[in-house]
Design a protein around this ligand. Structure first.
Ligand SMILES: C[S@@+](CC[C@H](N)C(=O)[O-])C[C@H]1O[C@@H](n2cnc3c(N)ncnc32)[C@H](O)[C@@H]1O
Length: 452
C-alpha cells in the first residue's frame, strides 16, 4: 500500500476521533467523513507503522445513517465532523466512544447510559472563537473555523450552530477592520494585530460580549475605535474587551484583558441562578445542555443526601456550587483562575447565597492541605484530567460519593481505573451531548468512595 492508492472498503464503526474505521487485509485505515455501514472508495492520505488515513473519493453504498448536512460549508469546515450523520445515530456513536474508552482502560463491567441529547442541535453554541487573518493583496479580513487538520481559515459568513447575531457581528468587524487599516494576524511570521474574535452570547437574554484578541501589549487607537463602533452598532453587545496575546502559540487568549466599553461579562441564567461569565473565565459552550448536567447532579443529591457538605473542585465560576447551594449544608469550592474566583464572589452575592466558600488555589495543593471531610466531591477538571496525587487526597477527603464530570472520555477512563484500584466503586456513567455534530462528549460518573 502506498500514498494515493485507492481501495473500496466497508466502514465497520466510528473511532473515538470521529473517523470511519475500515480494514485492508487487517491493516486499520481511518477514513475522514465516513460512517458505519458505508461502502466507500477511499484514497490513502497517510501511512503510519500500524495504521493509515484516507479520504472518501466516492460513496458506493450509503450508510442508512447518512443525512444531508444543514451547513453548506460542511465539507470544508473542520468544526462539525458529524453533521452528515443522523443525530440519533451520533448519540449512539458517542455512547460507544465512552464505552470503548472504559473498555480500553480495563473497565469492562460498566454499561454506559444512553446519551442525554442536547436540547438544541442548531444555534446551541454560545461561545465562538474565530481565528482571523488577512489576504495579502486585497487585504480582505478572513474569520472562521479552520479547515480539518489545517490552519487554513474558512471564511464563514453563516454558521448555523451558533446564534445568527454572531454572523452579523463578525461581518461588521471584517468590513470595519479593513476600512480602519487594522492588520490581520499572519501565523507564519507572527505579525499583524487582530488574531482572534471571541463572542460569548447569553442564552438567557441574548446579550453578547465581544473580545478581539490582539498580538500586542496595548490597544491601538484604531482598534479602540473599532471596539466603540461595535458597541454602538449592536444593541445586543453589552461589552467589548480586548485580550492581549503576543505569544507564538495555538493558545487563543493571553493572560490580560482590558474592558474598552460596557461590561466585561454577560449574564447567564441556569436553574434560576444568574451567572456572570467573563472574557476569559470558563463556562460550558452549550448552556442548555449544561443545564441538563446541573439538574442531573442536583437531582442525584436531593434523592440521596440530606443537606450534604460538598467540595466543588475545578469550580470555574463555581457553577455547580451555585446551583447546588440550596440543597447543601455548605459548598467549598476550589479554582486556580483568580478571575473566575472574583466573578464567583459576585455571583454568590447577586444570588444571595451565604453557604459557599471560595478558594483560589491549585486543586491538588488544596486537597493536600485540607483537613475537613466532605459527603460529596465534584471533580470537573480540564481535558487532561486529574493528577494521581490529587485523586489520592480526594479519596482521603471523601466520606461518600465523588461525581466526576469530564469532557474527555480517555482521561476519565484512566482516572476511573485509578480510583477503582484504590478501592472506589464506579456506580454509573451518564453522557450528555454538549458538542453536537462533533465526536466530543461530556460525562458525569458517580463513584462510591471506600469510606462510604
Ligand atoms: C472544565 S472547567 C469546569 C468549570 C466548572 N466546574 C463549570 O462547570 O463551569 C475546568 C476548570 O478547572 C480550572 N483548573 C484547571 N486546572 C486547575 C488546577 N490545577 N487547580 C484548580 N483549578 C484548575 C480551570 O480554570 C477551569 O475553570
Amino acid at each position: 500500500m502506498k500514498l494515493n492508492d485507492e481501495f473500496s472498503v466497508n466502514i465497520e464503526k466510528i473511532s473515538n476521533l470521529g473517523y470511519g474505521i475500515a480494514r485492508i487485509d487487517g491493516f486499520v485505515i481511518f477514513v475522514a467523513g465516513a460512517c458505519t455501514g458505508d461502502t466507500v472508495k477511499i484514497k490513502i492520505s497517510k501511512i503510519n507503522k500500524n495504521y493509515g488515513f484516507a479520504t472518501v473519493v466516492d460513496i458506493i453504498n450509503s450508510s442508512p445513517y447518512r443525512i444531508k448536512p444543514f451547513c453548506s460549508l460542511h465539507n470544508v469546515c473542520g468544526a462539525c465532523q458529524f453533521q452528515f450523520i443522523d443525530y440519533d445515530y451520533q448519540l449512539k456513536v458517542k455512547r460507544q466512544i465512552v464505552q470503548d474508552a472504559l473498555y480500553q482502560a480495563g473497565i469492562c463491567d460498566i454499561e454506559i447510559q444512553p446519551v442525554i441529547p442536547s436540547p438544541q442541535i442548531k444555534e446551541f453554541r454560545h461561545k465562538i472563537q474565530y481565528p482571523v487573518s488577512q489576504t495579502r493583496v486585497s487585504k480582505r479580513f478572513l474569520a472562521g473555523y479552520y479547515k480539518t487538520s489545517s490552519h487554513e481559515i474558512v471564511n464563514i459568513k453563516h454558521c448555523p450552530i451558533q446564534p445568527a447575531i454572531c454572523d452579523e457581528i463578525i461581518e461588521f468587524i471584517r468590513q470595519k477592520a479593513q476600512l480602519a487599516g487594522i492588520s490581520g494576524y499572519n501565523e507564519e511570521n507572527h505579525s499583524g494585530e487582530l488574531r482572534h474574535i471571541i463572542i460569548r452570547i447569553s442564552s438567557f437574554n441574548g446579550q453578547c460580549l465581544v473580545v478581539p484578541v490582539v498580538n500586542s501589549e496595548k490597544v491601538s487607537d484604531k482598534l479602540k475605535n473599532l471596539c466603540f463602533e461595535i458597541y454602538k452598532k449592536f444593541d445586543e453587545v453589552c461589552g467589548v474587551c480586548v485580550n492581549f496575546n503576543t505569544q507564538k502559540t495555538n493558545v487563543i487568549t493571553g493572560k490580560t484583558t482590558q474592558c474598552i466599553c460596557g461590561n466585561d461579562f454577560v449574564e447567564e441564567k441556569i436553574l434560576n441562578k444568574v451567572f456572570k461569565i467573563g472574557a476569559d473565565t470558563f463556562f460550558q459552550v452549550n448552556p442548555k445542555s449544561a443545564e441538563n448536567i446541573f439538574s442531573y447532579v442536583k437531582n442525584y443529591i436531593q434523592n440521596n443526601f440530606d443537606k450534604p457538605y460538598i467540595l466543588d473542585a475545578y469550580a470555574g465560576i463555581t457553577a455547580f456550587g451555585t446551583v447546588l447551594s440550596d440543597v447543601c449544608e455548605k459548598v467549598v469550592s476550589v479554582e486556580e483562575n483568580p478571575k473566575s474566583c472574583r466573578l464567583a464572589k459576585d455571583i454568590i452575592n447577586a444570588n444571595n447565597i451565604n453557604n459557599i466558600e471560595i478558594n483560589n488555589r491549585d486543586a491538588s495543593e488544596f486537597f493536600k492541605r485540607e483537613k475537613r471531610k466532605f459527603d460529596l466531591i465534584i471533580l470537573d477538571p480540564p481535558r487532561k484530567g486529574c493528577e494521581r496525587k490529587g485523586l489520592d487526597e480526594v479519596i482521603r477527603l471523601c466520606k461518600n460519593k465523588i461525581i466526576y464530570v469530564s469532557c474527555n472520555p480517555s482521561t476519565l477512563a484512566r482516572d476511573l481505573k485509578y480510583l477503582r484500584e484504590k478501592g472506589c466503586k464506579i456506580e454509573s456513567v451518564q453522557p450528555f451531548d454538549m458538542f453536537c455534530h462533533t465526536y466530543h462528549i461530556e460525562n458525569a460518573a458517580i463513584i462510591s468512595c471506600p469510606l462510604s
